[in-house]
Structure formats: structure tokens, C-alpha cells
Write a protein that binds this ligand. Structure first.
Ligand code: IMP
Ligand code: MG
Length: 191
């Protein structure tokens, strides 16, 4: 990569580092959901649930490396505007079926920040969609930002823990910009 564009303070995670994390997470999933693995349940279908829009790049890269029979689904939740969480979750696109009791769902997230989005999604898939199981994968985790009540929440699979800074790239945006960057960078904050 040539010099980092001026609007970024620093490169946080390079393309190569992201690639290594994606491969490692895929290997863990492949082991855990294979016959004999700790999450394997006979007769249940593994479904990756991509949370749009931020997780689209991660989902695409991760799914190529899953070597088990798997299906994919998409959800879109609006929970964020600008660079501070509003705390409200609004489902804009939901899973089509009413009952997923024959499925092991794996939520694919770009980042867990306050934990509200993931917490809402887990409850929705368990309680309203009757999934056989719901587990979570996130590329990035900011555990220092968890809201009250979710302090101890940990995703089942994660790429890396990051500091409490606003980051963009690899699907993550700042007001819809920067999603197509192949790396993850810290955006300069207004002075
Ligand atoms: P949570 O509900 O607070 O955990 O926020 C989850 C959503 O906020 C993520 O799926 C992202 O879309 C967005 N988000 C949180 N932190 C960042 C960030 O640093 N950059 C870009 N988007 C973020
Ligand atoms: Mg997101």
C-alpha cells in the first residue's frame, strides 16, 4: 500500500492481518461444526447470517473458507448514525422464515461495540425465529464500550480486540463512506 490517505490517523489492521484472522476463524468454525465437533448437532443445518451492510466484505471472505455444508442469509438492522450509537435497533430486512428450529445460526458481524445490536439479534433469532442454536462471529470487538448489562458479553468467535476508536474500511463506514477499503484504519477526529 502507498501512503495512507490524509483523512486517516493510522492504519490499524492491514489486508494481510485481516486475511490471517479470517482464515483462523474459518478453521475454528470448520472444526466446531464438523461431525464430532463441539457444536455439531445431527440433522441441523448451519446457516451464516450476515448483518448488512457492514459485514458484507467479512461474510464474503469468511464463507469461501467454510468447508462444511452451509447456507447464507442476510439481515439489515439500523442501529447507528454518524459516529455515536443511537441505541435503537430497527430491523429493515429480516430472515424470511418464521421457524428456524432445524438450523444452527451463526451471526456474522463486522464489529461489536456497545453490544446492543448483537444482543437484540441473538434474542430475536432465539425467541422470535426459534433457532436451534445461535452463536456469534465478529471480526472486531471493542469490549471497553459495552453498555450496562452487557459488560460480560463475549462473541463465540472474534478476530481481534481493538481500542475505543472509530475505525473504517473492510465494510465499516463513516456516514456510508470508506466501506470499500481493503484495510482497517482509524479516522482522524475533528479538532
Ligand atoms: P453496537 O450495537 O453498539 O454494538 O454497534 C454495532 C454497530 O455499530 C456495528 O455493527 C457497526 O455497524 C457500528 N459501529 C460500531 N463501532 C464502529 C466503528 O468504529 N466504525 C464504524 N462502525 C461502527
Ligand atoms: Mg454492523
Amino acid at each position: 500500500m502507498r501512503g495512507l490517505p490524509d483523512e486517516f490517523e493510522k492504519l490499524l489492521i492491514s489486508e494481510d492481518e485481516i486475511d490471517a484472522m479470517v482464515r483462523r476463524i474459518a478453521e475454528e468454525i470448520n472444526e466446531d461444526y464438523a461431525e464430532g465437533g463441539k457444536y455439531y448437532t445431527p440433522g441441523k443445518k448451519l446457516v451464516l447470517v450476515c448483518i448488512l451492510k457492514g459485514s458484507v466484505v467479512f461474510m464474503g471472505e469468511l464463507m469461501k473458507r467454510i468447508n462444511l455444508p452451509v447456507e447464507i442469509e442476510f439481515m439489515r438492522l439500523k442501529s447507528y448514525s454518524g459516529s455515536s450509537s443511537t441505541g435503537t435497533i430497527l430491523p429493515i430486512l429480516d430472515l424470511d422464515r418464521a421457524d428456524y428450529s432445524d438450523c444452527d445460526l451463526l451471526i456474522i458481524e463486522d464489529i461489536v461495540d456497545t453490544g446492543r445490536t448483537l444482543h437484540w439479534t441473538i434474542s430475536h433469532l432465539k425467541d422470535d425465529k426459534h433457532a436451534h442454536s445461535v452463536r456469534t462471529v465478529t471480526l472486531l470487538d471493542k469490549p471497553s464500550r459495552r453498555v450496562e448489562g452487557l459488560e460480560d458479553y463475549e462473541p463465540d468467535y472474534y478476530g481481534t480486540i481493538i481500542p475505543n476508536r472509530f475505525i473504517v474500511g473492510y465494510g465499516l463506514d463513516a456516514d456510508e463512506a470508506y466501506r470499500t477499503l481493503p484495510y482497517i484504519a482509524i479516522l482522524k477526529t475533528a479538532k
